[in-house]
Design a protein around this ligand. Structure first.
Ligand SMILES: Cc1ncc(C[n+]2csc(CCOP(=O)(O)OP(=O)(O)O)c2C)c(N)n1
Length: 353
C-alpha cells in the first residue's frame, strides 16, 4: 500500500519563484535549466499577446467568443513545454494559449471560436485532442487514450487540462478512478482560477484543496503555485516522467471575464483582480531572468517584436473571410446520419436551392 503522505499534496503550494521573482531557496523542486526558463518566458510573452489579440478580435466581431487565459500563462505554457514530443494534450475551451504553445497554427486554433468549422486543426499533427466545451469530458478521453497507448506498448503520457469547476463533474471522478486503477500515464492539471463563471470555489468544494481529492483514487497529488512557470514546468515534467497518474492543482487567476459575453464585475471586486495582477506570472519570470542577467534588453525587445509579429499574423488570418458550405454542418458527426439530421439537411438544401 502506498503511504498516505505520498499521495497527499503539501499544505502550501510548491514554488520556485516568489511573486517578486526572487528564488525560493529550500524548494524541493528542481529549477529548470536557463535555456528552458528563457523559452518559457518567450512562449508566455507570445501567448499573452495572442490572447489579447483574440480578445480584441471579439470586439471587432471577427471572433464569436473567446475565453481568455490571461493570468494563467504559467499553467498553459509551463505544462505544455514539459511534455515530450510523443505526449498528447487534452485541452478545454480556455486553453488556446496551450494550443499555440504546442505548435497548433493560431488561425486553426481559433476556427471553432470563430464559428467557422467544428474543429480547425488536425489533432494528430501536434498530438492535441479537440478542445472540449462540455466540462470534464476530456478527462475521460485522456485516461482512455493513455491506457490504450500503454496497452499498445507506446511510451505516451496524456496531459489533461481542466478548470476548478470541472472537478465538480462526475466525469472527472470517473477518470481519476480509472487512472488510479489502471495506473494510466495521465497528468490531470486543474487550473484553479477561483471561479466557474460566477461560482466561487467556496461553493464547489469542501476539501482542504482540490489536490486532496486524488487520495480517494490512489492518485498522487501536488499543489503548486500556478503563477510560477518554473514550478509548473517542474511538477508537470516530474509527473510525466513518473509514468503513472498525477493530480496537480495549480493556484492561479483568470484576469479577464469568463468570456467576452460575461460581466465579471457582478461577482468579484476590482481589489481582488488587482491583488492577482500583482502576482503576474510573466512579470515574475521576467524579474528572475533579468536579475540573473539572462534576459537582456536586446532579448526582451526581440521577444516583444516576435509577439507583435505573431499577433499581426492572427489579425491577417482572422480578417480573411472564408466560404463555408452550410450543408457541411451535417458532415463528420455521425457515420450514418440520423433520420432527424437527414430531414434537417433536406430542409436546409431546399432553402438554399
Ligand atoms: C457539462 C457542462 N455543464 C455546464 C457547462 C456550462 N459551463 C461552461 S464553462 C462553465 C464553468 C467552468 O468553470 P471551470 O471548470 O472552473 O473552468 P474555467 O472556465 O474557469 O476555465 C460552465 C458551468 C458546460 N460547458 N458543460
Amino acid at each position: 500500500m502506498v503511504p498516505t503522505r505520498e499521495l497527499l499534496p503539501t499544505a502550501e503550494p510548491l514554488s520556485l519563484l516568489r511573486k517578486d521573482g526572487s528564488p525560493v531557496e529550500d524548494s524541493p523542486l528542481a529549477m529548470p535549466d536557463d535555456d528552458v526558463l528563457l523559452e518559457l518566458h518567450r512562449r508566455m510573452v507570445v501567448g499573452r499577446r495572442f490572447d489579447t489579440q483574440a480578445t480584441a478580435l471579439t470586439k471587432q466581431g471577427r471572433l464569436a467568443v473567446y475565453p481568455s487565459s490571461r493570468g494563467q500563462e504559467a499553467c498553459e505554457v509551463g505544462a505544455v513545454l514539459a511534455l515530450r514530443e510523443q505526449d498528447w494534450l487534452f485541452p478545454t475551451y480556455r486553453d488556446c494559449v496551450a494550443l499555440v504553445t504546442r505548435g497548433v497554427d493560431s488561425a486553426e486554433t481559433l476556427t471553432l471560436l470563430q464559428g467557422g468549422w467544428h474543429l480547425g486543426y488536425d489533432p494528430y499533427v501536434h498530438r492535441v485532442g479537440p478542445q472540449c466545451t462540455p466540462l470534464a469530458t476530456n478527462t475521460l478521453h485522456a485516461v482512455g487514450f493513455a491506457h490504450a497507448a500503454r496497452l499498445k506498448g507506446e511510451d505516451t503520457a496524456a496531459l489533461v487540462l481542466v478548470g476548478d469547476g470541472a472537478t465538480s463533474e462526475g466525469d472527472t471522478h470517473e477518470a481519476l478512478n480509472f487512472a488510479g486503477v489502471w495506473k494510466a500515464p495521465v497528468v490531470f492539471l486543474v487550473q484553479n482560477n477561483g471561479y466557474a463563471i460566477s461560482v466561487p470555489m467556496s461553493k464547489q468544494n469542501a476539501a482542504p484543496s482540490l489536490a486532496h481529492k486524488g487520495i480517494g483514487y490512489g492518485v498522487p497529488s501536488v499543489l503548486v503555485d500556478g503563477n510560477d512557470v518554473a514550478a509548473v514546468y517542474a511538477v508537470v515534467k516530474e509527473a510525466v516522467e513518473a509514468g503513472g497518474p498525477t493530480l496537480i492543482e495549480a493556484l492561479t487567476y483568470r484576469i479577464e471575464a469568463h468570456t467576452n459575453a460575461d460581466d465579471a464585475t457582478r461577482y468579484r471586486t476590482s481589489d481582488e483582480v488587482a491583488a492577482w495582477l500583482d502576482r503576474d506570472p510573466v512579470d515574475r519570470i521576467e524579474a528572475y531572468l533579468t536579475a540573473r542577467g539572462l534576459l537582456t534588453p536586446e532579448r526582451r525587445a526581440a521577444v516583444a517584436a516576435e509577439a507583435e509579429e505573431f499577433a499581426a499574423g492572427v489579425r491577417a488570418a482572422l480578417n480573411t473571410d472564408h466560404e463555408h458550405d452550410p450543408m457541411s454542418l451535417f458532415e463528420h458527426v455521425y457515420a450514418t446520419p440520423t433520420r432527424h439530421l437527414r430531414e434537417q439537411a433536406a430542409l436546409l438544401a431546399e432553402e438554399l436551392a
